[in-house]
Design a binder for this molecule. Structure first.
Ligand SMILES: C[S@@+](CC[C@H](N)C(=O)[O-])C[C@H]1O[C@@H](n2cnc3c(N)ncnc32)[C@H](O)[C@@H]1O
Length: 347
């Protein structure tokens, strides 16, 4: 992207970002609250009214095999001041926990993420406990899928997708053939179609058949009529292989754009996914992604990353890793905005 283009997009993004002011601070505060609510449901918060060692907490939860995850969980809660650490023992700071709980109804960011918060309160705390016990979950485990079905439909996600579209070329993306990679349950194609006034050819692809099926049956208003996405002429669907052993069922150089929002950190194969994106993109085509980008290897784990791991996701990738995935795939002109938004061009 030219310098002039970057400045133009930055200004536009900054204007929009005012709506999301304090986003990284709130992400960590919110993620820590969610984790604490999970621990509360397991009785751990009451147990931490007295100082306890990591091993005592592990024994209280029972059968913990991922002591590394538990240690990271305690570390981020300490950083967000929900826990205090004294002589290697953790104790809960109830005042801070109560303060964060109040934000559920007062802070717009916390309100936007309420589906995840209440999801943890109702079911995901059990997923968290089972991940600590060594179990593997994926996105379509019923508990996880149900929570994200609602979370993905939030206005904040829609705003995030629109910002990514702005960054990738805005309304100039009209008329293009777009691979919506990790389309989810349907909220995302709706954002794309409405933003582009239905002037695009959309391939909605996801890694799980039931997610794609839900997406196909999602309804959208077109010229005053309610239609299912599967009945729209210029929308098609593809199911992808989450193990990335099979290539995307899409020919080489078939699409102008790949749009991927909040997907990459769920997969253990980000390099293979990016390489497939490059293969299906025409020369000069753009890849647009949202995924958290860590500053560098060894940088402190954040509450957001711990939350992702404990709900069945993989991990956040570093800037260095991301740049390598992209350059290895022959992608150039890499721009990373606000540690989350990435745009690159096929060289
Ligand atoms: C938070 S959702 C985002 C969905 C959609 N982009 C949206 O914003 O509504 C996470 C996405 O990652 C995908 N995903 C989850 N686990 C995955 C895995 N192991 N491999 C590949 N994709 C995965 C899901 O199918 C889903 O499309």
């Amino acid at each position: 992207m030219s310098l002039k283009g970057k400045i133009k997009v930055s200004l536009k993004l900054l204007r929009e970002l005012r709506k999301l002011s304090g986003i990284s601070k709130f992400t960590n505060m919110h993620s820590a609250l969610v984790l604490a609510i999970g621990l509360e449901k397991l009785g751990v918060i009451d147990f931490l009214e007295k100082p306890r060692s990591l091993e005592e907490v592990a024994n209280f939860i029972g059968d913990v095999k991922r002591l590394d995850f538990l240690s990271e969980l305690m570390e981020v809660l300490e950083r967000e001041k929900i826990l205090q650490k004294l002589d290697g023992h953790y104790k809960v700071n109830i005042d801070q926990l109560d303060k964060l709980k109040k934000k559920r109804t007062t802070n717009p960011y916390f309100i936007a993420f309420e589906p995840i918060t209440s999801g943890f309160e109702r079911v995901l705390y059990e997923v968290m406990r089972d991940v600590l016990r060594g179990a593997e979950f994926d996105f379509v485990s019923p508990e996880v899928a149900t929570v994200f079905y609602f979370q993905n439909a939030s206005p904040l996600y829609a705003l995030g997708r629109e910002l990514l579209l702005e960054l990738g070329g805005g309304k100039g993306l009209k008329g293009k053939r777009i691979l919506d990679l990790g389309c989810g349950f349907g909220a995302e194609p709706i954002t794309l179609l409405n933003y582009l006034d239905f002037d695009c050819h959309l391939i909605c692809a996801d890694f799980f058949p039931n997610v794609v099926d839900e997406c196909m049956h999602t309804t959208i208003e077109v010229d005053g009529q309610t239609k299912m996405l599967k009945d729209l002429e210029k929308v098609e669907f593809a199911v992808l292989d989450p193990s990335m052993r099979k290539p995307f069922p899409i020919p080489d150089e078939h699409v102008d754009l790949v749009f991927s929002f909040a997907l990459l950190h769920w997969s253990k194969y980000p390099d293979k996914i990016i390489s497939e994106c490059a293969r299906v993109l025409r020369k000069g085509g753009k890849l647009m992604m949202v995924t958290p980008v860590k500053k560098k290897e060894g940088s402190r784990i954040t509450a957001g990353e711990v939350l992702l791991k404990l709900e069945g996701g993989n991990r956040f990738y570093t800037r260095e890793e991301m740049e390598k995935f992209l350059t290895d795939a022959n992608m150039t002109d890499i721009t990373i905005f606000i540690s989350h938004m990435i745009v690159a061009k096929k060289g």
